[in-house]
Design a protein around this ligand. Structure first.
Ligand code: ZN
Length: 318
């Protein structure tokens, strides 16, 4: 009988979570929330201790009607000190709107595959890179934080596998423009732990100075398994969506973004701090369910919080 030698497993003591429900989540929902409802959602999430919130998108109002009132949302939010309110922008026009709306951080987004970039922002990837350079200059002049998101980094619904070298090349070009963080998006949930390992190791070897962030989806159920692999490689920045809203845009009915309260519950059970008060976060999910008029995909809200977690919702022993 072969003996099993347990590998030395370690993970970060603390994880940064960016809540993307108010943007990525709502953008992929059929129900259109009012501006007041979006503001309430963002404020309830901030009250729960979420320190980074993606609150909107400065895109064409006619092409993404769910995000048409992003200016109004930013104007109406009562901002909580210490919370970073960010938005995504595809081009310089969006960046100028975002600066005027007083966002704290802007993320340019582009895709690792030509087909997805074309379908998402109607540009070639090289054109998106030209826009990214313009956005970087606008953001720098405004003294704000410039970040970048590379979508379909783990696979493209149109083209299939995306070469890792291509993803690393794009990351390098965005970092050269001054991006303070690169988020790798598993936009349609094609990632698995092996791919996460390969991408994180390749990125860390090539760009050791700038932490990556992972935006994982669970369309095929691998979301939290992918988080675990990333944690064991030292990744401590993740995106997640309250209630797990924002289904996979290419698979109606399939889960999309990993669910914030499921992620926070798992991390707290592992003894990893998030700064988020889980009971308050679950309250935010219930507020969201009432707004949407339906049950959300997240599991913790159905199963309940494990009884041994402390009442303040932090990790055990914190
Ligand atoms: Zn997403």
């Amino acid at each position: 009988m072969t003996s099993i030698v347990a590998p030395l497993l370690a993970w970060p003591a603390r994880v940064s979570i960016r809540e993307v429900g108010p943007r990525d989540g709502l953008q992929n929902e059929h129900v259109m929330l009012t501006t007041a409802q979006k503001v309430l959602l963002v404020e309830t999430l901030a009250d729960a201790g979420v320190a980074m919130i993606e609150a909107g998108a400065f895109v064409r109002r006619d092409s993404v009607p769910q995000m048409a009132d992003t200016e109004e949302v930013f104007a109406a939010i009562t901002r909580r000190p210490g919370v970073m309110y960010s938005a995504i922008v595809p081009n310089a026009v969006g960046a100028r709107r975002a600066v005027l709306a007083r966002v704290d951080a802007l993320q340019v987004f582009l895709s690792a595959s030509e087909s997805h970039n074309q379908s998402n922002v109607n540009m070639r990837v090289e054109e998106s890179l030209v826009q990214a350079a313009d956005i970087a200059a606008i953001v720098r002049n405004a003294g704000l934080r410039f970040e970048a998101v590379i979508s379909v980094a783990f696979g493209c619904p149109f083209e299939g596998d995306v070469p890792l070298e291509r993803v690393m090349d794009l990351a390098g070009r965005l970092l050269d423009m001054g991006a303070e963080q690169i988020t790798f998006g598993d936009t349609t949930g094609m990632g698995h732990p092996g791919l996460v390992r390969d991408l994180v190791l390749a990125y860390s070897a090539r760009f050791p100075r700038v932490k990556p962030r992972l935006h994982l989806h669970s369309a095929r159920g691998a979301g939290l398994a992918n988080v675990l692999m990333a944690l064991q490689l030292g990744v401590d920045c993740f995106d997640a969506s309250v209630g797990g809203i924002g289904g996979c845009p290419f698979a109606p009915g399939a889960p999309g973004n990993i669910c914030t309260e499921d992620l926070v519950h798992m991390l707290h059970e592992m003894g990893i701090a998030t700064g988020i008060r889980l009971p308050a976060l679950i309250d935010a999910t219930r507020v969201l369910e009432r707004m949407l008029g339906r049950t959300v995909p997240g599991q913790t809200i159905k199963a309940g919080v494990c009884k041994h977690l402390p009442p303040d919702g932090g990790p055990r022993g914190e």
